[in-house]
Design a protein around this ligand. Sequence first.
Ligand code: PGA
Length: 260
Amino acid sequence: MKKLIIANWKAHPATTAQASALAHAVELVLPARASLDIVVMPPVPFLGVVGPLLSRARLGAQDVFWDGGAYTGATSSAQLRSLGVTMVLVGHSERRTHMGETDEMVEKKLHAALGAGLAAVLCVGEKERHGSDLSAAVGEQLRSALRDLPKERLTRLVIAYEPVWAISTAPVDGTNADTPDHAFRARLYIEKMLVSLFGARLARDVRVIYGGSVIPSNVAAFLTDGHMDGVLVGSASLDAKKFGAIATEAARTAAEIVRR
Ligand code: PGA
């Protein structure tokens, strides 16, 4: 499976002109599409301008509502698809924290997005670095979102492990708040949970990616020592040069993994 590299722009930038400038700049620095699966997720107001500018990356969205109709301010899967969106994030920790998203809402969004033919990235992660038990936080988030998920939809499911304490801690000296070793342990835990829910054969189809201050100097370690199938990049994705360097490094690492 190709490594999945996602740019999560969050609520940046401020203007349409800045969004198209960033998309242009990103396109210029991305490696060829064949080597990686790259998805750029701008805020909803910019999906229409950014989409047509992308050719080395697919278009994604940061959230989706579970239905269309009388839901002021919401955006449905059908509306996102009509703009060319193929993948959405669901249950990002910032939405859980600032917009009050509950496990129940996340479950509804995930099922709706997958049911509408979108690929969906379910974000899970514990809040505290120390003393928090993966099975309590991540286990509950996984169990509640994946309950009764039709098995044929698993090929479009991605799990993003994002320890909340490691998000946007912006390491500048190359040392990350999180370690590839800790990420690997979380990956194994998630894999075990997927196997218990869906069986080993189907669980293999689900990609597990890492998010939490990924930068050019640590992406390779999360892909190799962390055994991750990709990365979800926030802050560093707003700088085209940095995001290009992350993608290039991921492509180089992926080729090396294949050669081993
Ligand atoms: P970060 O964000 O790279 O700034 O830590 C990751 C995310 O929140 O998806």
